[in-house]
Design a binder for this molecule. Structure first.
Ligand code: FRU
Length: 523
């Protein structure tokens, strides 16, 4: 009798919580839809050609997968606030990698926990058996984060789970056998990225385990076997959001494997950043060519950068995108309705350097769709700060400039506004490095780490400074020397920068060529 009443009470509880969950889900999605239609994307500091959520908190890109003409972008999302909280997967799609359409939230927290970062694949051969009507399912692989377990001080509160969609990512079902990889008693155990490994006919999952990654393999995305781990002896930094993929070395037939890894703390310019290793992978074990990890971006604002799955072979690119912020100050930046944006999508390339291989990133060619008519700059020698674009209505730019590399002094570009705020991008001969200085670029009072001058290392010294720059209302992306040194920085001026000057300090800035290309907004 007692047992029975407890059972009924339990059943009532389950029904109630299911109903509660349903109603939060739909009201949250109504809210997302309302906010999306309400915003005109014209608020102060709103990115004009970068993806940002209509409202509330966003961090890492998740589940990036291409399917039938659509680039899916899921993301860490908290729909109830502008700071981090119970994580959902927000969802957007693009058909051209430039314009984005918001879709309803894809994954909600459940009894197993919050939905942390992860990836998605198309299960072409339906190895999971989760497909319907002879169509390959879309499978999301993510970390469940059990907040109650974390609060209770346990260690095993993160585990890998999956969800599947049979309607092109529009609706999702969590797999009944979750988690697919339970936690073996390790506190940081998260951010699974999955690829299909053709030679071994296996799925490969790589995820972060505190200061290393672990690799698991599976025939069907459901049953996983531990294969190996990779870390650097003595490195005790927290690793997150890994990605492992093959990439052909530009201009050769050689293929190497790249392990992207996001690192919390001790990034080159402070806080969090995305780094990488290059090496080989045999289907079980990753071996790095060097013990040292390099940086994929020297700016402070490209974290959790990972790549799209299932880009068609006819395209063949390895496309990546990162979260354009930094855990040092992400929750404090002065935007009111939403927080954070994504970087521009980039294509990744490998090139041989003197001592091994390095990664290059370039903005995707699709961005040309935003370009208005170009102004070509004639070669000219500048001996002091000189205006090349007078204050104008236009505030979104792509700028391509080539300067001769000076032996002494500093050359570069300054973007400024009528309030006297400015952002400098420079090359300094004494350091032989590139710099982005945002100390005078607007609000910085929200966090002591924000106002800073960031240094970008140049792996390959040449005679020229070749810059491709994308300037939005709250960010700049510098692709220097064909993507060999990349810097992504955010900033918050009172009004968008609308004047451009050439900097020549203690030297002559010899502009060899240049193009100023006004851009259209995407919203
Ligand atoms: C990285 C990260 C991930 C985690 C997610 C939680 O920014 O900390 O490791 O899955 O954010 O939102």
């Amino acid at each position: 009798m007692l047992d029975k009443s407890i059972f009924y009470l339990f059943l009532l509880g389950v029904i109630y919580s299911l109903m509660a969950c349903e109603s939060t889900s739909s009201s949250n999605n109504d809210k997302v839809t309302n906010l999306t239609t309400m915003t005109t994307y014209t608020e102060a500091h709103r990115p004009q050609f970068h993806f940002s959520p209509a409202a509330n908190w966003m961090n890492d890109p998740n589940g990036m997968v291409y399917d039938d003409g659509e680039y899916h972008l899921f993301y860490q999302y908290y729909p109830d606030s502008t700071v981090w909280g119970p994580m959902h997967w927000g969802h957007a799609i693009s058909r051209d990698l430039v314009h984005w359409e918001h879709l309803p939230i894809a994954l909600y927290p459940d009894s197993l926990g919050y939905i942390f970062s992860g990836s998605a694949v198309i299960d072409w051969k339906n190895t999971s058996g989760l497909g319907e009507n002879n169509q390959p399912p879309m499978i999301a692989i993510f970390t469940h984060h059990d907040i109650a377990g974390e609060r209770a001080g346990t260690k095993d509160f993160q585990y890998q789970s999956i969800a599947y969609s049979n309607d092109r990512g529009r609706s999702w079902t969590k797999y009944a056998g979750n988690p697919v990889i339970p936690n073996p008693g390790i506190k940081d155990f998260r951010d699974p990225k999955v690829i299909w490994h053709e030679p071994t006919q296996r799925w490969i999952m790589v995820f972060a385990v505190y200061d290393k990654v672990q690799i698991y393999t599976s025939p069907n995305l459901l049953d996983w076997t531990y294969a190996s781990e990779f870390g650097i002896p003595g490195d005790t930094r927290l690793w997150e959001c890994p990605d492992l993929f093959p990439l052909q070395v530009t201009g050769t037939d050689e293929t190497k494997w790249v392990l992207l890894i996001s690192i919390q703390k001790q990034a080159p310019n402070g806080g969090t950043a995305t780094g990488y290793f290059i090496g080989d992978f045999d289907g079980r074990t990753f071996r790095a060519d060097y013990r040292e990890q390099y940086w994929a971006d020297y700016g402070t604002d490209n974290y959790a950068m990972v790549t799209w799955s299932d880009i068609p072979a006819t395209d063949g690119r390895r496309l990546a995108l990162g979260w354009m912020s930094n855990w040092q100050y992400a929750q404090e930046v002065p935007t009111e309705k939403w927080r954070s944006a994504m970087t521009l999508p980039r294509s990744l390339h490998l090139f041989p350097a003197e001592d091994g291989y390095r990664l290059r990133s370039l903005p995707v060619a699709e961005l040309a769709a935003l370009e208005q008519s170009k102004t070509t700059l004639s070669p000219q020698a500048y001996t002091s700060l000189t205006t090349i674009v007078k204050p104008t209505e236009q505030t979104l730019y792509r700028l391509q400039v080539t300067f001769a590399k000076p032996e002494i002094g500093t050359v570069g570009l300054r973007f400024s506004n009528p309030a006297g705020e400015y952002l400098d991008i420079t090359y300094a001969a004494d350091s032989m490095a590139y710099f982005i200085d945002r100390r005078a670029a607007g609000r910085a009072d929200f966090n002591e780490n924000f106002a800073a001058k960031h240094r970008g290392e140049i792996d390959y010294q040449s005679d020229a400074i070749v810059w491709d720059i994308y300037l939005d209302h709250a960010s700049v992306e510098l692709f220097a020397d064909e993507g060999q040194c990349v810097m992504t920085d955010i900033f918050f001026p009172q009004s968008p920068f609308n004047q451009i000057e050439v900097i020549a300090e203690g030297t002559t800035a010899e502009l060899l060529s240049g193009q100023i290309i006004p851009l259209n907004r995407i919203w």
